[in-house]
Design a protein around this ligand. Structure first.
Ligand SMILES: [Zn+2]
Length: 103
C-alpha cells in the first residue's frame, strides 16, 4: 500500500478516490475522522490521505490525479466583455480593457 496524496479537505480526497476507483484502482482513505484533532498535531499528518491498495497502481494513480488537478485549475472558457467587446481569458473575472465584471 502506498500513499498517493493528501488534502486538507475530505471532499477533495473523496473526489480523487472516486476518480481512481472509476479507473479501476482500489483505494482507501486514511485519517478520514481525524479532523477534530487538527491543531494538536502537524496538520499535514492529520489531513485525509488517499492510498492505493496495490503498490503497482501508484504511478498511474499519481498521473491520473495530476491530470485531474490540472483540469480543476485550468481556466474556464474565454469570455467576451459585454461593454467593450474585448476577448478575456477565462481566469480573469473582470475585463482587462475596461474593468467590467463578467457575468
Ligand atoms: Zn471590457
Amino acid at each position: 500500500m502506498k500513499k498517493v496524496t493528501a488534502a486538507d479537505s475530505l471532499v477533495t480526497i473523496s473526489h480523487y478516490k472516486n476518480l481512481l476507483e472509476s479507473e479501476g484502482i482500489p483505494t482507501f482513505i486514511k485519517n478520514e475522522h481525524l479532523g477534530s484533532i487538527v491543531g494538536e498535531m502537524p496538520f499535514q499528518e492529520v489531513w485525509p490521505q488517499l492510498w492505493v491498495r496495490n503498490d503497482l497502481d501508484l504511478n498511474r494513480a499519481i498521473e491520473l490525479l495530476d491530470q485531474q488537478k490540472l483540469a480543476d485549475e485550468s481556466p474556464s472558457e474565454p469570455w467576451k466583455c459585454g461593454q467593450c467587446d474585448t476577448e478575456n481569458e477565462g481566469q480573469f473575472a473582470a475585463c482587462w480593457n475596461c474593468g467590467a465584471i463578467s457575468c
